[in-house]
Design a protein. Structure first.
Length: 692
């Protein structure tokens, strides 16, 4: 998907028809749009999301008020004013014109009435002729760039860290699967399951008594398993919602006067509790790893002792190592002359005496093997000592952390009790709701564990029934054919599921590596991003040899989120080029980002400015003058293909004018309005002085 241009008509701050904004691509792939706060940067970002998906970002205030106020005020009563956004883009050698419009008018009571929005699309192929598509426009757009993924390509940089808040983590995995094309496999598995049920129903009709019984029992177990799986998903969502509620209550407690210190202390203790528990888990994992690598060595003490006795005995007998080698004796017998000069004629007494030494001589291969084994056995002894040292160290750490955990839990209980009995009833009520939420989360977590155990048991039963079914002899040809089809369908489900799991795992590892590379290129911290199987993104510190989660700052969260988006785009672009059958062509991506440098310091601003033009094939950045100046302008100048200025016309008679200098030319940012209305004008940056 390559964006070509954008046009606005009476959309929010933009009065009338705006000039066409052409977006840079190819070598100069970056378009910069400059504007002060309130000039319309967020409006332009939301123009893209509205025209394509009828969606808005969180920062877009009053999304129901789309039509320009001046246009409505100037229009006669009951006369409609058109609000429209139009974009042109290319995809797979086709050009698309997409337009979304709505109408508004003032009634006699001065109330503004809005119409429903309408979406229009025109498509042109190689012949250049424009025509209406045969499919619905929304279907075409979602095939090119699905709605569920638009937040990764059109986003507010100051709120980018919201992607990884608690209530967003569950959707990340599903969104990423959509982008990867794994959803195609999910749908294939569902279709195969339906086909299997149809075949089972058919066999149930024509099968014998035993066949019907086995099928009935298997279907009952499978139904239970499906219901439990559905309940597990519901439980996950409930826990996520309760986690969001907890976060909101904790924030509210922080805001209430009088309880700030107690709430801050509680949050600090909760963080300590989480960190300590993670440390205990990591230490237990280290012990498990030591057991898997060196645990066997502690059972070899008797074998090592016995081996040492054998080696000692051979050495005491002079057999290991020996003073004479077999090769030396063989050479004497071959030459038929001893080292003393005596002839060794075969059959003589001298020949027999020398030959007897051959049996006593050592074999080099045996001696080398014995020496090597002796070294390895000693190394096993060293590994035993290392194993116990590692286990003892981790056990000491676990005991210490458990002691600290008990202390933190006691302090936490005392703090919660103080909040429960706080004189302010609002604080008491909030703490009570928090307690109820935590109790419900514990209850749901226990239910999850029980359900998972039951799912495992049911799966074992299903496998048992399948084996019984396979062993059951079916004589009739139709029954045998139906059973064969069921077995093949089940095998297909198994294979497709395995392919899906491998694709997800391979893509996630590849994505994690790329996210780590991008994060390392921007951040100066020694932390590493990690992506869990649920696509939960965390920062890990591993300087001590133990991976410990760290709390990311606001700036680090922004960089982490940006790294994830960059990694997603880069890996899916590469992935889709290799696996075009797995999903839509995703080889090119645009990124539209508003204020990506908001809360970053100078070093991070420079690193982000250097990185973002390389994250996507096409980049549009909306910035204020303060965000653009200095290191950002220096790092991004070489990538710029086009630049535009949003000139805000203020109705205030005493408004403070503002301007920005680009390429040694001064452009207005804020200027007095010629009438009593506010509106924004779009001008393109050129080498010549702009008209004012």
């Amino acid at each position: 998907m390559k964006l070509i241009s954008l046009k606005l008509g009476n959309f929010r701050q933009f009065y009338g028809k705006t000039p066409e904004i052409f977006l840079a691509n190819s070598e100069g792939n970056t378009t910069i749009i400059h504007g002060n706060n309130g000039a319309g940067k967020t409006t332009i970002l939301n123009a893209f999301t509205w025209v394509l998906y009828e969606k808005f970002t969180a920062a877009f205030a009053s999304p129901h008020q789309l039509v320009n106020k001046r246009a409505i005020t100037e229009a006669d009563f009951n006369k409609s004013v058109e609000c429209v956004v139009e974009i042109l883009f290319e995809h797979e050698n086709k050009s698309y014109q997409v337009k979304r419009q709505c109408y508004a008018y003032r009634d006699k009571n001065h109330h503004i009435q809005y119409s429903q929005t309408k979406l229009f699309m025109m498509v042109a192929g190689d012949d250049g002729l424009w025509c209406h598509p045969l499919q619905q426009p929304t279907d075409i757009i979602n095939r090119i760039l699905p709605e569920s993924l638009h937040q990764y390509f059109f986003f507010d940089g100051e709120r980018i860290d919201h992607f990884f808040r608690y209530n967003q983590k569950n959707s990340l995995a599903e969104d990423t699967k959509e982008l990867l094309g794994v959803k195609v496999l999910d749908r294939a598995i569902e279709h195969l399951k339906k086909a299997k049920r149809t075949l089972q129903d058919e066999l149930n009709t024509i099968g014998d008594t035993k066949t019907k019984q086995l099928l009935r029992e298997q279907k009952q177990i499978e139904k239970k398993s499906e219901n439990l799986q559905k309940r597990q998903q519901e439980t996950i969502q409930e826990i996520a919602q309760l986690g969001e509620l907890k976060q909101a209550i904790n924030q509210r407690l922080l805001e209430l006067s009088g309880a700030e210190e107690l709430q801050q202390l509680k949050q600090k203790l909760l963080h300590q509790e989480k960190t300590i528990r993670e440390n205990i888990i990591n230490s237990n994992n280290s012990i498990k790893e030591s057991l898997s690598r060196r645990g066997f060595t502690i059972f070899l003490s008797e074998a090592r002792t016995e081996f040492a006795k054998i080696i000692t005995k051979l050495r005491s007998q002079g057999e290991l190592p020996t003073g004479i080698k077999q090769q030396f004796v063989d050479n004497l017998l071959k030459q038929q002359r001893c080292i003393c000069g005596t002839e060794l004629t075969p059959g003589t007494n001298y020949h027999q005496l020398v030959q007897s030494w051959r049996e006593k001589a050592g074999i080099p291969a045996v001696e080398e093997a014995a020496i090597r084994l002796d070294t390895q056995v000693k190394e096993i002894g060293n590994q035993v000592n290392q194993f116990w040292q590692e286990v003892d160290t981790q056990q000491v750490n676990i005991n210490q952390w458990r002691s600290e955990l008990a202390q933190v839990e006691n302090e936490l209980d005392e703090t919660k009790e103080k909040l429960r009995n706080y004189p302010d009833e609002d604080i008491q009520r909030l703490q009570k709701r928090l307690d109820e939420s935590e109790a419900k989360i514990r209850e749901l977590t226990l239910e999850q564990g029980a359900n998972q155990q039951e799912l495992t048991r049911l799966q074992q039963e299903i496998e048992t029934k399948k084996k019984q079914f396979a062993k059951h002899k079916i004589k009739e040809e139709k029954q045998a054919l139906a059973q064969k089809r069921i077995e093949l369908t089940q095998e297909a489900i198994k294979r497709v599921t395995e392919v899906r799991a491998r694709l997800e795992r391979q893509f996630r590892y590849s994505l994690e590596k790329r996210v780590q590379e991008i994060f390392a290129s921007i951040s100066f911290t020694p932390y590493q991003p990690r992506i869990s199987t649920e696509y939960e993104l965390k920062l890990i510190e591993n300087t001590s040899g133990i991976a410990i989660p760290v709390a990311a700052s606001t700036g680090e969260n922004q960089i982490l989120s940006l790294s994830f988006i960059g990694g997603i785009i880069d890996r899916v672009r590469e992935w889709s080029q290799k696996n075009t059958l797995m999903g839509p062509d995703s080889s090119t991506f645009p990124i539209i980002m508003d204020s990506p440098f908001g809360s970053l310091d100078e070093i991070y601003r420079r690193q982000v400015a250097k990185a973002i033009p390389q994250l996507a094939n096409q980049l549009v950045v909306l910035v204020t003058k303060t965000q653009w100046r200095g290191e950002v302008a220096t790092e991004m100048t070489d990538y710029i293909g086009r630049q535009y200025i949003l000139v805000y016309h203020s109705p205030k008679p005493d408004c403070e004018v503002d301007s920005i200098e680009i390429n040694q030319v001064n452009y207005p940012l804020v200027k007095p309005s010629a009438d009593s209305f506010e509106y924004t004008e779009i001008i393109e940056v050129t080498a010549k002085s702009p008209s004012t």
